[in-house]
Design a protein around this ligand. Structure first.
Ligand SMILES: Cc1cc2nc3c(=O)[nH]c(=O)nc-3n(C[C@H](O)[C@H](O)[C@H](O)COP(=O)(O)OP(=O)(O)OC[C@H]3O[C@@H](n4cnc5c(N)ncnc54)[C@H](O)[C@@H]3O)c2cc1C
Length: 376
């Protein structure tokens, strides 16, 4: 391959890197993905894979709803259903106070012109989730939501990207980036790569990559934890969350219960390792048993933590770099980026191919996070 045989280099082989690669390759771009470990090693492989529009911030709703339409035809996009089950997502209220929080959310969403969320009473909640504790009083529901299988999703996006001509290089960590005329030279532990365009989809390490490209973007870190139980008989179809508690609860196709909700473990960015905090995790187990008393003797068989970048306002960074010509960022998904995967790749392809996108992404500019630094 000659030095100039590449149009776009993507740093990071998580789902966002793969999705951008897929959309760009289908539009005729020659794309290479550089992944330090292996595809799906970090957040994308650790994800709960909830496909949720329910309770998303209003600024995310336009792209999240478009992503949801894409999930409903995901097989047409990547040639595999990714294990997506549109069983709905339900946000439960345990008492009148929490119900009033859900009522306010419902009014806000309706007021903004969105109708994907629905307020349901206790009877409908019990119909949707018969195993739920009878003390629950109502819920917000998004019936087209659901969950996918993160590993099937990774494999599907990888295969589709490779079929479109994307070259994926694993064990290929980026160590430095410098300008080479109007191009970028990307140094890895092995060979160098040169391309005019770079996509930064490096997850928890995206801040490091951004600073190599001239952008100083302050980022935090999330280390969300998950636990999985032994298999049980069919218990529920929707994904269940609760107002005011860290819980996301669902049953996989294999019958295991998959329990998360954003409880935080610990992550070490330098050694690229994350750790489970069992005292914290116990809070999630407690919440699960409070909501589903019938599972109190079910055994937990596996736990883990995954890591990714978190921004100050918990909104991602999606868009062109303020300082680096030909650089595009997609990171900082702050614990809810799985659902957005199909649409963010399409947005990056818009920006790289046409210099603009019709999708509303102003709220996701890198600049909003860099302001304080510029003012200092
Ligand atoms: C436990 C957990 C549960 C979650 N649950 C949900 C959910 O239910 N719903 C939802 O919407 N979202 C959820 N998320 C969030 C979602 O999984 C992430 O937002 C999404 O997977 C991020 O994908 P990514 O490609 O940006 O990052 P990653 O998958 O982390 O990919 C980034 C990649 O960049 C690579 N990299 C880093 N530095 C370099 C370098 N220097 N050179 C080369 N490669 C590099 C890394 O090795 C990594 O593979 C969850 C996350 C976690 C951790």
């Amino acid at each position: 391959m000659s030095m100039r045989a590449l149009d776009v280099l993507i740093v990071g082989g998580g789902l966002h890197g793969l999705s951008a690669a897929l959309h760009l390759a289908r539009a005729g771009k020659r794309v290479t993905v550089l992944e330090r470990s292996w595809v799906g090693r970090h957040a994308s492989g650790a994800s709960a894979a909830g496909v949720r529009t329910l309770n998303r911030p209003l600024v995310e709703l336009p792209i999240s709803l478009e992503a949801m339409d894409m999930w409903h035809k995901i097989e047409m996009i990547v040639g595999n259903d990714c294990g997506f089950n549109a069983g709905g997502q339900v946000r439960v209220a345990e008492d009148a106070k929490d119900l009033s929080v859900l009522e306010r959310r419902f009014a806000t969403v309706q007021g903004a012109g969105y109708h994907h969320e629905e307020l349901v009473d206790r009877a409908e909640l019990l119909r949707l989730v018969p195993a739920i504790s009878p003390h629950c009083v109502g819920a917000l529901v998004a019936r087209r939501d659901g969950a996918a299988d993160p590993h099937r999703t990774l494999l599907a996006f990888r295969r589709a990207a490779e079929a479109a001509g994307v070259s994926i290089n694993e064990q290929c960590g980026v160590t430095a980036i410098e300008r080479a005329g109007s191009d970028w030279r990307v140094r890895t532990e092995g060979r160098d790569f040169v391309a005019p365009v770079i996509v930064n989809a490096a997850g928890a390490w995206a801040g490091e990559i951004a600073s190599m490209l001239g952008d100083n973007i302050p980022l935090g870190l999330k280390a969300s934890m998950m636990m999985v139980t032994e298999r049980v008989a069919p218990l529920l179809n929707p994904v269940v969350g609760v107002a005011g508690r860290p819980l996301s609860f669902k049953q996989s196709g294999q019958g295991t219960l998959v329990i998360g909700g954003g409880l935080q473990g610990r992550a070490d960015i330098k050694t690229q390792r994350s750790f489970v905090d069992f005292d914290e995790l116990a809070k999630g187990a407690r919440a699960a048993v409070d909501l589903f008393p019938c599972i109190r003797f079910v055994r937990i068989v596996r736990t883990w933590a995954g890591m990714e970048a978190k921004t100050e306002d918990h909104q991602p960074v999606i868009g062109a770099s303020p300082n680096g010509n030909g650089v595009f960022h997609a990171f900082g998904f702050s614990g809810h980026g799985f659902q957005l995967v199909p649409v963010v790749g399409a947005i990056l392809a818009d920006l790289i191919l046409h210099d603009r996108t019709s999708r509303p992404i102003e709220a996701f500019s890198a600049k909003r996070l860099m302001k304080r630094e510029a003012a200092a």
